[in-house]
Design a protein around this ligand. Structure first.
Ligand code: NAI
Length: 480
């Protein structure tokens, strides 16, 4: 029986391995992690991450051919294929701080693999890593190998949170990069055989190592760039009276452009886009490609600009002061159908509003109070370290309270900011909400999900990103 071990039981390691176990009943899959609490959660009824369809998949295979364990060394030593799906945070100090990837966890995983291995192994990069990481990993493994043959493959993950299971069941493509040697090609075929259990052959792409590593960074940069492009347009729409939904619909009808990923919003978030672009920028700079680096840097600048612009809209429309005013925040996760808050635009928006002394009442159907408090008190990039290395007990931000539903959050509020596109926010009884709010009552829709006309009829002053402005907002400056 082929044995697979995955180091890192996170948003990528957990779902990808669960799907491999489901689709390959003759492969034994062990997912290991240094976090005791995370592994305990994977073995319980309360999985550590929320992802539609995940629970059903885990329940079907757990204890049969899918195991979650903290016995990292045993499972690695027994495996034929070792996936590494550990954190690759942005460096916060030293060379490349604020941009380069911190490969501490990857390197320690590689050294451990070399230490405990007694048989030949295929080591698969699942984490997103800088191009040429495989070369460094190869050196660590071969210099410590005691004659064991290690083949390194790059197999970046393209799943999107919120639709991870669907994406894994039916991927646009699976990408496998390896060495062009005979052993390298054999390793590629071995991994290809795993995916071929359910992925059509023409969707399994094989490349050299560097193309695979770089393709992942490139794909994320392209996706984020689309969002920053439409968000940049949204500012121009507000200035000119155009409607960004109409513009993106018209633009997306061009088959060369396509309709997906063209929704204007308060900005992109998630653990990957910013981190991977910063990383790309750093690699370009290291290779002397300043113009290329500056091009990609702009994608992040526009994203920051969009979040600032949103905060400025809130403050300027409420008579330039939100000091002591209650503002309801609907949605904190970086997108709907996930509880993940890593780099969510809600963090920067809330910090901006708190900077102007607002009182915030936050509601998100999937995010806990503890997580919200952590996010609002943690330093940038600290979130991307294993849980036990994150600050333990953050000091609670006093002006923030967490509500159990949208009606509670909005009671007595002066304004509402919609920061995640949860379906339930489309169906709220906004008349009931309006009646219980301070007047004038404002809605700032950072995801363009509410029916603007209907809300205006109720009496709200509504700001919707990139849409023709409410008369109230016309002369209010939005730019910093
Ligand atoms: P995560 O933070 O959810 O999971 C990483 C896990 O690795 C943590 O549970 C941590 O305790 C564990 N870990 C760290 N060092 C370890 C070690 N030496 N031994 C055992 N366990 C160790 O991170 P996530 O989101 O799963 O991301 C992992 C990688 O995949 C990152 O490089 C990320 O950029 C990439 N990625 C993430 C995607 C996403 O949607 N979250 C999508 C595609 C790629």
């Amino acid at each position: 029986m082929v044995k697979i071990c995955c180091i890192g039981a996170g948003y990528v390691g957990g779902p990808t391995m669960a799907v491999i176990a489901l689709k390959c009943s003759l492969i034994e899959v062990a997912v290991v992690d240094i976090s005791v609490s995370r592994i305990a959660a994977w073995n319980s009824d309360q999985l550590p991450i929320y992802e539609p369809g995940l629970e059903e998949v885990v329940k079907q295979c757990r204890g049969k051919n899918l195991f979650f364990s903290t016995d990292v060394e045993r499972h690695v030593s027994e495996a034929d294929i070792v996936f590494v799906s550990v954190n690759t945070p942005t460096k916060t100090s030293g060379l490349g701080a604020g941009k380069a990837a911190d490969l501490t966890y990857w390197e320690s995983a590689a050294r451990m693999i070399a230490d405990v291995s007694k048989s030949n192994k295929i080591v698969v990069e699942k984490s997103t890593v800088p191009v040429k990481t495989a070369e460094a990993i190869e050196k660590i493994l071969t210099h410590n190998s005691k004659g064991i043959n290690f083949q390194i493959l790059s197999n970046p993950e393209f799943l999107a949170e919120g639709t991870a299971i669907q994406d894994l069941f039916n991927p646009d493509r699976v990408l496998i990069g390896g060495r062009e040697t005979l052993d390298g090609q054999k390793a590629i075929q071995a991994l290809k055989a795993v995916y071929a259990h359910w992925v059509p052959e023409d969707r399994i792409l094989t490349t050299n190592l560097w193309s695979a590593e770089l393709s992942k960074l490139a794909a994320n940069a392209f996706l984020a760039q689309r969002i920053s492009s439409v968000n940049a347009m949204s500012a121009l729409c507000e200035a000119t009276g155009a409607d960004v939904s109409q513009v993106s619909h018209a633009v997306g009808k061009d088959t060369r452009i396509g309709p997906k990923f063209l929704n204007a919003s308060v900005g992109f978030g998630g653990s990957c886009f910013q981190k991977d672009i910063l990383n790309l920028v750093y690699i370009c700079e290291c290779n002397g490609l300043t113009e290329v680096a500056n091009y990609w840097k702009q994608v992040i600048k526009v994203n920051d600009y969009q979040k600032n612009r949103f905060v400025n809209r809130v403050v300027s429309s409420m008579f330039n002061t939100i000091s002591g005013k209650k503002i309801a925040i609907l949605g904190f996760a970086f997108k709907k159908d996930t509880g993940d808050t890593r780099e969510t635009p809600a963090i920067d928006v809330c910090k901006g509003l708190l900077g102007d002394k607002a009182k915030l009442s936050i509601y998100d159907p999937q995010v806990t109070e503890d997580q919200i408090q952590r996010d609002l008190s943690m330093n940038k990039f600290d979130w991307d370290h294993p849980i036990h290395l994150q600050p333990m007990s953050p000091t609670a931000v006093k002006q923030v309270s967490v509500a159990w539903d949208a009606y509670e959050a909005t009671k007595d509020a002066h304004g509402i900011c919609i920061l995640t596109e949860w379906d339930e926010f489309k169906k709220l009884d906004y008349k009931k909400i309006f009646d219980k709010m301070q007047k004038p009552a404002f809605v700032f829709d950072g995801r363009n999900i509410v029916d603007v006309e209907k809300l205006r009829e109720i009496g709200f002053i509504v700001y919707s990103i990139g849409k023709p402005l409410d008369l109230w907002l016309k002369d209010m400056p939005a730019v910093a």
